[in-house]
Ligand binder design. Structure first.
Ligand code: SF4
Length: 249
């Protein structure tokens, strides 16, 4: 959306983006490249909105304040600090690290100026449309077309979208198991960090929804599953090689 707005000469005073701190390194490189382009074209930089203390602080250290949640946690014998792993019903991270920061800044601007707020939702995401400006929707550009438009202009996220289906937080427990399999394969250092985070979550919260990475799966069990799959593949490849050798004898 931003690239097309720049190309079409639309007025842009500020570009907001929220950084959870858990984006892929390739995403940060992409944002730096985009920032450079924006500065070159319009003399402004991206405005990165970040929670002052970040994802891990909120997950492990934020002290619970609400009397009802303190009472509830005391009853269950759970730590009074941290929100634990986000889940489908409690996506504290989206709220605190993205939407709250953006809404707060947009509302601040709306209090001072007449604001047109453009949001990069694509034409095939109608459920996400609310009461703002949606140029991609107006132009009938779908998610896939938007991606192609970026590729055509040299923005490829270092190949991230060729590997992953979605490229938001690498530690997201809501992503598919297959995405986690790819994370282990393509970003082993992040996978290692995820194993450490889950270990810490289990130690702090125990085996309950706050300490549960995914229903029925800890990251360590996924590690064992993926390692076993890799071992099976290599046994299969060895058997293939042996058959080929026999055939060629
Ligand atoms: S991608 Fe996942 S972890 Fe990141 S903010 Fe969204 S729900 Fe939370």
């Amino acid at each position: 959306m931003l690239l097309l707005m720049l190309e079409r000469g639309m007025p842009i005073d500020m570009v907001l983006t929220a950084d959870t701190g858990m984006e892929f390194p390739e995403m940060y490189a992409h944002l730096a490249k985009l920032d450079e382009h924006l500065y070159h074209e319009r003399g402004i930089h991206l405005t990165m909105l970040r929670h002052p203390k970040g994802f891990e602080y909120l997950m492990f250290e934020e002290k619970k304040q609400k009397p009802s949640s303190i009472e509830n946690r005391e009853k269950l014998g759970i730590s009074l600090y941290g929100n634990g792993w986000p889940g489908v019903k409690v996506r504290w991270c989206t709220g605190q690290l993205k939407t709250h920061l953006i809404n707060k800044e947009v509302n601040r601007l709306k209090g001072k100026y007449q604001v047109l707020h453009y949001i990069g939702i694509a034409a095939d995401e109608p459920k996400r449309i609310k009461n703002e400006q949606y140029p991609l929707v107006d132009w009938g550009i779908t998610e896939a077309e938007a991606l192609r438009i970026c590729y055509d202009r040299g923005y490829d996220w270092g190949g991230l979208y060729e590997i992953y289906h979605r490229c938001s937080c690498w530690c997201c427990p809501l992503q598919r198991i297959d995405e986690l399999r790819k994370l282990r394969h393509h970003h082993s250092e992040l996978w290692q960090k995820l194993r450490e985070m889950d270990q810490r979550a289990i130690e702090q919260f125990g085996h309950n929804p706050l300490g549960q990475f995914k229903k029925d799966w800890t990251v360590e069990r996924l590690e064992q599953r993926f390692a076993a799959e890799d071992a099976q593949i290599s046994v299969f490849l060895c058997a293939e090689k042996e058959n080929e050798w026999k055939r060629n004898r």
